[in-house]
Design a protein around this ligand. Structure first.
Ligand code: SAM
Ligand code: SF4
Length: 438
């Protein structure tokens, strides 16, 4: 029997990259690869990169530099770069790091097995935007058992062109996967033990996949159909754009029991002037009204967001508007970033905010978010919540899972991963909750 070849994948960036890495590993399984946890033993190393903020490409180049020794010890080692840096840098990667054998952009992953077979003997590169469903063409997921949670990409790309963002350039125009394919993949995941699926997309709520009835289906309709799968217990989705939260999706938060009470809804800034310059096409007031409507549909929903501080021409007053918006919304979680210049995007050409000002604003904003996050978490103490058990904890006899609101919860119990428990929250720590089985 031939020995399987060993594949090491390092994933940077968002959940969409995590999903892509899983699918690439499965596809390369057909070429005889099994995944390993360290580059030292690998026959192939694949970096699945992210280009959303500055220095991403530089980080990839320095990571590649670290593999030089491995490649000289093992000349047959294949080195590949995938993801958005691959898309953005293309041939430049092989020019700067000649030991790279393969460069593949996010829209060409279905061609990876073919590319891997050629790599080594020749340099292979593919950064096209082909007109085909790459996930359909990728080898279907093997039937092995899986953990209780899974990501499932349903939509990719973006046509919104926010002035700071590279996604429309690296991931291309918005495309939704057909309903039947999403349902088939979801059923397959559930057959293999998955109880919770997170639907992914750069703008997941802009989903408009072709339905079996010929019409375009919205995300809400897709979620309602997924909810019919018996053993699927929970559905989540991320990331949403405020302008694509339609009435049916808001209503689904109130009436679809399997849709979890957590919504990631980035606003980026609380200043109308900055939102306009960001080309966000929503304003502060429309965002706040939207949050109100969502909370009317599902009063206990946990709202999460994304913020950029120090966008070009952001004044102190603009920043204060962002802080006031955060006070008004009261976030249960948030991700915040200093504005990072992305060459080729409109904002890169504008007058920049000094780095130290950005740092001060970020620190202040993060302190407020941390306080809110902690208060929302502390308010869970005494409440009964659902917890999906995922894995053993660090303490003997302890299991860890996620609550409906996506908080990590530690419980003393002997329930197996995949069990759904009713739990009373009894304590709140810095990053997680403690619960008792009911
Ligand atoms: N589509 C989502 C939306 O409209 O909010 C966001 C997707 S983007 C991949 C994830 C987050 O990265 C954004 O919400 C934004 O906060 C952050 N981001 C994107 N470009 C950035 C930049 N140039 N500098 C700093 N943060 C950035
Ligand atoms: Fe980027 Fe999101 Fe704006 Fe699209 S909507 S350009 S992904 S921030």
């Amino acid at each position: 029997m031939t020995q399987p070849k060993k594949l090491f994948i390092k994933t940077y960036g968002c959940q969409m990259n995590v999903y892509d890495s899983e699918r690439m590993a499965e596809a390369l399984g057909g070429n005889g690869y099994v995944e390993v946890g360290s580059p030292d033993e690998a026959d192939m190393i694949l970096l699945n990169t992210c280009h959303i903020r500055e220095k991403a490409a530089e980080k990839v180049y320095s990571e590649l530099g670290r593999f030089k020794g491995l490649k000289s010890e093992k000349p047959d080692l294949k080195i590949g770069v995938a993801g958005c840096v691959a898309q953005a840098e293309g041939e430049e990667i092989m020019r700067r790091q000649p030991m790279v054998d393969l460069v593949v952009g996010p829209q060409s992953y279905h061609r990876l097995p073919e590319m891997e077979a050629k790599a080594g003997a020749e340099k292979v590169i593919d950064t096209d935007f082909p007109e085909e469903d790459k996930f359909e063409k990728l080898k279907s997921r093997p039937k092995a058992k899986r953990g209780p949670t899974a990501f499932l990409t349903v939509q990719e790309g973006c046509d919104k062109f926010c002035a700071f963002c590279v996604v429309p350039y690296t991931r291309g125009a918005e495309v939704s996967r057909p309903v039947e394919r999403v349902l088939a993949e979801a059923r397959d995941l559930v057959d293999r033990g998955v109880r919770e699926i997170t639907l992914l997309g750069q703008n997941v709520n802009a989903y408009h996949g072709a339905g079996p009835d010929g019409g375009d289906w919205s995300l809400a309709r897709l979620i309602r159909e997924l909810a019919e799968i018996d053993d699927l217990a929970r559905i989540r989705f991320t990331t949403s754009h405020p302008n694509d939260m339609d009435d049916d999706l808001i209503a689904a938060h109130g009436d679809c029991e399997k849709l979890m009470p957590y919504l990631h809804l980035p606003v980026q800034s609380g200043s109308d002037k900055i939102l306009k310059r960001m080309n966000r096409s929503h304003d502060r007031d429309s965002y706040l009204r939207l949050i109100e409507r969502i909370r009317t549909a599902r009063p206990d929903i946990l709202i999460s967001g994304d913020f950029i501080v120090g966008f070009p021409e952001e004044t102190d007053e603009d920043f204060r508007d962002t802080m006031r918006l955060i006070e008004e919304v009261n976030y249960g979680q948030a991700f915040s970033f200093k504005y990072s210049t992305r060459p080729g995007t409109p904002a890169a050409e504008r007058s920049q905010v000094p780095e130290d000002v950005k740092s001060d604003r970020l620190q202040e904003l993060q302190a407020l978010i941390t306080r809110q996050q902690r208060a929302v978490q502390d308010a869970m103490v005494g409440r009964e919540v659902g917890v999906l058990i995922e894995r053993p904890g660090r303490m003997p006899g302890q299991m860890v899972g996620k609550s409906d609101h996506l908080h990590a919860v530690h419980i003393q119990c002997d329930l197996a991963p995949g069990s759904l428990a009713r739990v009373r929250i009894v304590e709140s720590g810095p990053n997680s909750l403690g619960g008792e089985l009911l």
